[in-house]
Design a protein around this ligand. Structure first.
Ligand code: ADP
Ligand code: MG
Length: 299
C-alpha cells in the first residue's frame, strides 16, 4: 500500500472510532488469524453486580456486609466495587455508608483482599486464597460456588476469623453482540481464545455462552503474555490481543496487534496499537476489514 493509502485507512478508522497508532498496526491487522480476548470488561460488560448472598454463619446480613465492605472499599477491583455497592443497601444512609475502620488492609492480586475490621480478620476472595490461608471450604460453600460457576457467575468466599462465613455470587453479563462477533470471526477463519484471571468453571460457562472453544483461566498478567507468545512461536499464529485492564497490558504489547477497549484503563490504552474508542467488540472486525482493504488488492 502507498503511504497515501495508509493515511486514508488510518483516517477512515479514526472517523469510525478506531484509533490506529501508525502504519505498522494497520498493516499487521490484516494478517491476524488468532485473537486472544480478555474476559472481564472485554467480552463482558465489566460492571459486575452481586446477585446472590448466602450466609453460612449465624449473623445478620447488615453486620456481614458491613465487615466485608469495610475491607473491599480499599480495593479498586470491579468485584470489590460490586460488593460495596450491594453492601450500601443495608445502610440507613446509602450516600454516606460510613464503613467501620479497616486495619492492616492487604490486596492479594488475582485472589482477593484481607483486613482487620472490629478486631475480626476478614478475608474476601476466591477459593485458592482460602486454601492458601489454610481456611477450610465446607461442602455447602463448594456447592454454592459450583452453582454460581455453572451460571457463568463468579463465586466469592468470605472468611471471618478463619471460618467460612458466606458466599456471594456476582454476575457480569456478556456485552451485546459478543456472540455475533465471535461467530463472524470464525467465518473469517480467525480463531478466538479467551484468557482470564477468573476461575475455570466461570470462564468455561462464559466461553460457552459466547462460542469460544479454547479457555485459559486463572492467568496472571505475565501468563496472558506468555500465552500470546506461545501462539506466535509454537503455533505460528499472527495474534491480536483484545483487553481493557492493567493485567492485559503485557499481552497487548506481546501481540502482533494489541487492541484496547476505549473504556479500559489508561495503561492498557497506552500499551495497545489500536484503541476501540466506542468500546464495541464489533470494531475488532472493523479494524481488520480496514486493514484488508488497505493492504490487499481485492476483498
Ligand atoms: P479478571 O481477569 O477476572 O479481572 P483478576 O486477576 O483481577 O481477574 O482476579 C482473579 C480473581 O481473584 C477474581 O475472579 C476473584 O475471584 C478474585 N479477586 C480479585 N480481586 C478481588 C477482590 N478485591 N475481592 C474479591 N475477590 C477478588
Ligand atoms: Mg478485563
Amino acid at each position: 500500500a502507498t503511504p497515501t493509502a495508509v493515511m486514508v485507512g488510518t483516517g477512515v478508522g479514526a472517523s469510525q472510532g478506531v484509533l490506529i497508532k501508525g502504519g505498522q498496526a494497520l498493516e499487521s491487522a490484516h494478517k491476524v488469524n488468532c485473537i486472544v480476548f480478555d474476559k472481564t470488561g472485554t467480552l463482558t460488560i465489566g460492571k459486575p453486580v452481586v446477585v446472590n448472598t448466602r450466609l453460612l454463619k449465624n449473623m445478620v446480613l447488615r453486620e456481614f456486609y458491613e465487615l466485608i465492605a469495610a475491607a473491599e472499599v480499599n480495593s479498586e477491583h470491579p468485584l470489590a466495587k460490586a460488593i460495596v455497592e450491594n453492601a450500601k443497601k443495608f445502610r440507613e444512609d446509602e450516600e454516606n455508608p460510613a464503613w467501620p475502620e479497616a486495619k492492616d488492609f492487604e490486596s492479594i492480586t488475582g485472589h482477593g483482599v484481607k483486613a482487620i475490621v472490629r478486631n475480626k480478620e476478614i478475608i474476601v476472595g476466591n477459593k485458592s486464597l482460602m486454601v492458601e490461608r489454610n481456611i477450610a471450604v465446607p461442602k455447602d460453600a463448594e456447592e454454592i460456588l459450583a452453582e454460581a460457576e455453572g451460571l457463568a457467575q463468579t463465586g466469592i468466599l468470605i472468611a471471618i476469623d478463619g471460618k467460612m462465613a458466606g458466599v456471594l455470587s456476582i454476575s457480569d453479563p456478556l456485552k451485546p453482540g459478543a456472540k455475533e462477533v465471535i461467530s463472524i470471526l470464525k467465518s473469517m477463519k480467525i480463531r478466538s481464545i479467551m484468557v482470564t484471571g477468573d476461575n475455570l468453571g466461570t470462564a468455561n460457562s462464559i466461553a460457552n455462552e459466547v462460542g469460544i472453544e479454547t479457555v485459559i483461566a486463572e492467568a496472571k498478567p505475565d501468563q496472558k503474555a506468555e500465552k500470546v507468545k506461545d501462539l506466535q512461536d509454537n503455533s505460528g499464529y499472527i495474534v491480536a490481543m483484545v483487553g481493557d485492564g492493567i493485567n492485559d497490558s503485557p499481552a497487548l504489547v506481546a501481540a502482533d496487534v494489541g487492541m484496547a477497549i476505549g473504556a479500559g484503563t489508561d495503561i492498557a490504552i497506552e500499551a495497545a496499537d489500536i484503541v476501540l474508542m466506542k468500546s464495541n467488540l464489533e470494531d475488532v472486525i472493523t479494524a481488520i476489514h480496514l486493514s484488508r482493504k488497505t493492504f490487499t488488492r481485492i476483498r
